[in-house]
Design a protein around this ligand. Structure first.
Ligand SMILES: Nc1nc2c(c(=O)[nH]1)N[C@H]1C(S)=C(S)[C@@H](COP(=O)(O)O)O[C@H]1N2
Ligand SMILES: [Mo]
Length: 288
């Protein structure tokens, strides 16, 4: 089953996706979970979006407070052409493709999801990073008024905005997807509407939701998770069954939303996306 999930699945015609905009009541063609694809229902009912809550089942409801109309993405820093794009302007930069990616959360569960978008490199080419740019920093929405920061799970409010980062080479890799939809529909709010990045060979937390700002920078950025747990969450955080989390093994995972019960399966180096090997010369375990 996993072998059919390759980046060659670039099949969706852009018009089909645009036609789907605003037709949110249409039944998902993936409702029956063909080919081991996680159901839409499962993928949009069990979510991590800590700015709202640490309760995976409540995200779906709380995230509806996010206003995604009039969305803008600012791209600044070490670029020749800094620019603020409307969502529509960003979406016109490339043909929307469908890519079925595995997603492996650092907590030990995984899903298989058909995303809609195009390579982030298209957007980066548009703003022309300068020679000084070595890394990319992503900032999720920081409209604090709409965010629930009162989680009792943490002793202090969840830090906003959620920050993630990649090397420029990782960000430019064709697998790194600027994502506007899933299952041929616009992203649900709990899934990171209206735009997120999917980096399928890294743990799920490296795929930031609801992105408002992208910065090209000259040093490795500190992500939210590095700040919160420096001994547990490194900058690279590539999926790697050989490197256990300090508190649990990463050797296997529970695949969710495919059958009635989760399926336990082996976790694969780089989540099975071996083509990223060129980004990591030497021992894969040193990229913490
Ligand atoms: N802004 C933001 N992005 C985020 C998160 C978050 O809490 N806030 N959680 C991350 C984690 S831990 C995972 S596993 C995935 C979950 O994506 P999903 O809810 O669409 O499955 O989103 C990632 N992106
Ligand atoms: Mo995660």
């Amino acid at each position: 089953m996993n072998d059919i999930i390759t980046p060659e699945h670039l099949v969706l015609d852009r018009r089909a996706f645009l036609a789907a905009l605003g037709v949110s009541a249409a039944p998902s063609v993936f409702a029956q979970s063909p080919n081991g694809t996680t159901t839409y229902e499962a993928a949009t009912s069990y979510n991590n979006f800590y700015e709202y809550t640490v309760d995976k089942a409540k995200v779906k409801e709380l995230a509806q407070a996010l206003d995604t109309s009039k969305w803008k993405i600012e791209i600044v820093g070490a670029v020749k052409k800094p620019r603020t794009f409307t969502l529509d302007e960003v979406m016109r930069l490339g043909a929307i493709e469908q890519r079925i990616y595995r997603m492996r959360c650092v907590e030990g569960w995984s899903m298989v999801i058909p995303w809609n978008g195009f390579s982030l490199s298209k957007l980066l080419d548009e703003v022309e990073p300068t020679k000084a740019a070595t890394h990319v920093r992503f900032l999720s929405v920081s409209d604090e008024a709409r965010l629930n920061r009162s989680s009792s799970f943490w002793s202090r409010p969840w830090p906003v905005p959620y920050v993630e980062g990649l090397t420029l080479a990782e960000a430019r890799h064709q697998l790194t997807l600027l994502t506007f939809g899933m299952y041929d529909k616009p992203l649900a709010k709990q899934s990171g509407a209206p735009v997120r990045v999917m980096v399928p060979w890294k743990y799920g937390f490296k795929s930031p939701k609801s992105i408002a700002r992208i910065e090209l920078v000259s040093a490795q950025p500190q992500s939210t998770w590095m700040k919160l747990g420096p001994t547990e969450y490194g900058f690279y955080s590539n999926v790697n069954p050989g490197v256990p989390h300090p508190r649990w093994s990463q050797a296997t995972e529970r695949l969710l939303g495919v059958g009635l019960l989760p399926t336990r399966q082996d976790t694969r180096l780089w989540n099975g996306y071996g083509e990223v090997a060129t980004l990591y010369p030497g021992d894969p375990n040193k990229y913490f």
